[in-house]
Design a protein around this ligand. Structure first.
Ligand code: B12
Length: 221
């Protein structure tokens, strides 16, 4: 099997909601030496994008979204240990808080970012999904992270990101953290409008930005 065939098999496992097969497909890809980051971003993520398109077209329903989400999580469970052993570049040492904003139950993308930040040496405090702005501020007060990462997948919940940056400002914490936002509806223009520091194109680009920030003076707190 070629690298491309493994990536295709991963994509199809998500698209066909192959809950039984994903473990074996992901294991086979890892054992064949497929790069774990590519297995996620070039294999499973495009599968999820297609699932979303089928949902939009009325071909898939909510039950399919749920199962596809489970397949993705099972695939991630197999791939994650390989990410850890493939190592980061220059390991950074800093705290990062990650959360999916209030009202939003999409956590697959956020979990990928949590994993990749961990691989890069960040001490990640994962607050989970459906997290109110006040909770994020409380945790920031306790942990004093260098970075706060926010995820939103719904155009309706994206607005909650602005509540977080505002609450951080009111709490006097905004100037001591970098805020990075991501998720499909989030645009650089929106990120600018709420005073976020960066809008991630995807998990890998976002994590690179976090590493770059640390190299540019945001030291461990
Ligand atoms: C799986 C899924 C679900 C699952 C979520 C399971 C879970 N545990 O996450 C379930 C079934 C729960 C679900 C529910 C709903 N969903 Co849904 N869902 C999806 C789907 C198919 C895939 C999302 C996903 O996981 N993608 C894969 C991951 C890896 O991609 P990602 O999240 O974008 O993350 C990547 C980047 O964006 C980035 N990233 C993300 N966040 C962050 C943050 C930072 C800091 C950084 C650096 C990077 C980063 O990194 C990731 C990797 O590169 C999308 C379709 C789509 N194409 O996005 C719809 C989609 C997001 N859902 C949608 C809808 C409408 C719903 C529901 C309202 C459906 C309903 N009628 O009830 C509910 C809402 C529930 C709620 N309150 O949140 C719409 C949203 C439309 C909109 N613009 O608002 C979409 C776009 C489907 C569609 N095309 O209509 N959903």
């Amino acid at each position: 099997m070629t690298q491309a065939t493994h990536l295709q098999a991963l994509r199809e496992a998500i698209l066909n909601m192959d809950l039984q097969g994903i473990g074996e497909i992901a294991r086979a890809a890892m054992e064949a030496g497929v790069d774990p980051r590519e297995a996620i971003t070039e294999g499973m993520v495009p599968g999820m994008v297609e699932v979303g398109q089928k949902f939009e077209q009325g071909e898939y329903f909510l039950s399919e979204l749920v199962v596809a989400g489970e397949v993705m999580k099972d695939g991630m469970a197999v791939i994650e240990p390989y990410l850890a052993s493939s190592g980061g570049e220059d390991q950074v040492k800093a705290k990062a808080i990650m959360a999916t904003v209030e009202g939003d139950y999409h956590d697959i993308g956020k979990n990928i970012v949590v994993t990749l930040l961990g691989v890069q040496g960040f001490d990640v405090i994962d607050l989970g999904m459906d997290v109110p702005a006040a909770k994020i501020v409380d945790e920031a007060r306790v942990h004093r992270p260098a970075i706060i990462g926010l995820s939103a997948l719904l155009s309706t919940t994206m607005a909650r990101m602005g509540e977080v940056t505002e609450a951080l400002r009111v709490a006097g914490l905004r100037d001591e953290v970098k805020v990075i936002v991501g998720g499909t509806p989030v645009t650089p223009a929106y990120a600018d409008s709420i005073g976020a520091d960066h809008c991630a194109l995807n998990a890998i680009e976002g994590v690179h930005k976090c590493v770059e920030w640390l190299g540019n003076g945001k030291e461990e707190r």
